[in-house]
Design a binder for this molecule. Structure first.
Ligand code: SF4
Length: 343
């Protein structure tokens, strides 16, 4: 975790260089991703909707099992079997990614949308040197000559602040630290100038200093290249440092969506409030407050609001009717029947 004592409301303000535009770069509409299993149909995502604007950094936060990583995998259509997109649309430049063929998606992966993962060492082919990994991608994807690919590989490694980039071309992933491997992953992801980068827990497992450096690098990508990003994380402090907007996910749904300043300063969903209360703070002693109960079994989600078994404000309507996500202020949306009582 990058920083543990950020006071509520003092979250990093959105980068002033970011100017929202009306047309989203990516628009996810009513996305349903299901996993048929022997025990029944697991509806991991069941009607997920959100937009990402050009150059915007959106954080997807929530507990393990909330559907964050499945959201990223659905957008890129790299779901593990037996997962499948059962409905909804994923719009990018007028094309619905959910309806494209696998061949069309292969063209989009890496060129228009790229993804980086946690544990980058495991994601890099251990049999290839860093130079081979990069030059093969550049030659295949961008049709470069061997010399052009080598020059571009050095430039890319330099752009992600890898020292002595020329020397690094001949090393293997296992010879690099976790932080350096993540930088290589980012260089690979950037090799085709994608407009959208999906970063799935990009700092998990890294030491605090390296976490900070990776976050600064991701910010730089947006500032210098205008790369929009979806950052999937359980680390609220990292999301506060990096993102413009945050979507809080619970049991496959977005329960609150707002700017970083609103989420940290004026959270309105009881789940968001519980998440924020359970963050460690500097100087705090004793046990941290926790949200009682567990994320629901996706085979048998609760009726009505999926958070109702854990919610201190739950009433009859919560148990019976799923609350729609509704706007409650500029860019602030919440899915709660009683959000006005959470002030
Ligand atoms: Fe809690 Fe009801 Fe709001 Fe759900 S709808 S979060 S149960 S108050």
């Amino acid at each position: 975790m990058l920083e543990i004592d950020r006071p509520l409301g003092a979250a990093t303000q959105p980068d002033s260089s970011f100017v929202p535009t009306v047309e989203p770069l990516l628009s996810v509409q009513g996305l349903r991703t299901h996993f048929p299993t022997r025990r029944g149909l697991v509806k991991v995502l069941d009607g997920l909707s959100f937009d990402v604007l050009p150059g915007q950094i959106m954080g997807l936060v929530g507990e393990t099992g909330s559907g964050k990583s499945v959201t990223g995998a659905s957008i890129l259509r790299i779901l593990k079997k037996p997962g499948r997109i059962a409905g909804g649309a994923i719009w990018l430049h007028g094309r619905n990614l959910a309806a494209l063929s696998e061949k069309q998606m292969r063209e989009i992966r890496g060129t228009e949308i790229a993804m980086i993962f946690q544990n980058p060492r495991a994601a890099l082919n251990p049999l290839l040197t860093i130079g081979q990994l990069l030059t093969q991608t550049l030659r295949y994807r961008r049709g470069m000559t061997a010399q052009q690919a080598r020059d571009e590989a050095i430039r890319l490694l330099g752009s992600v602040h890898i020292p002595d980039p020329e020397q690094r071309l001949s090393v293997y992933p296992h010879q690099l630290s976790g932080g350096m491997c993540q930088r290589v992953m980012i260089a690979l992801a950037l090799s085709c100038n994608p407009q959208l980068l999906i970063a799935d827990e990009p700092t998990t497992g890294l030491d605090v200093t390296t976490q900070y450096q990776i976050v600064q690098l991701l910010k730089e990508l947006r500032t210098q290249r205008g790369t929009a990003q979806i950052v999937i994380t359980h680390d609220l402090a990292m999301a506060a440092e990096l993102c413009d907007v945050i979507a809080v996910m619970y049991a496959g749904e977005i329960v609150e969506l707002a700017t970083v300043a609103e989420i940290f300063g004026q959270p309105r969903h009881p789940y968001t409030q519980g998440l924020l209360r359970s963050r460690p703070k500097l100087g705090q002693s004793g046990a941290l407050p926790v949200i009682p109960g567990n994320v629901p079994n996706p085979l048998k989600p609760p009726t009505g609001c999926r958070f109702h078994p854990r919610c201190p404000l739950a009433t009859e309507i919560c148990r019976e009717q799923m609350p729609p996500r509704q706007p409650i202020g500029a860019g602030h949306e919440v899915a709660c029947h009683h959000w006005e009582q959470t002030l």
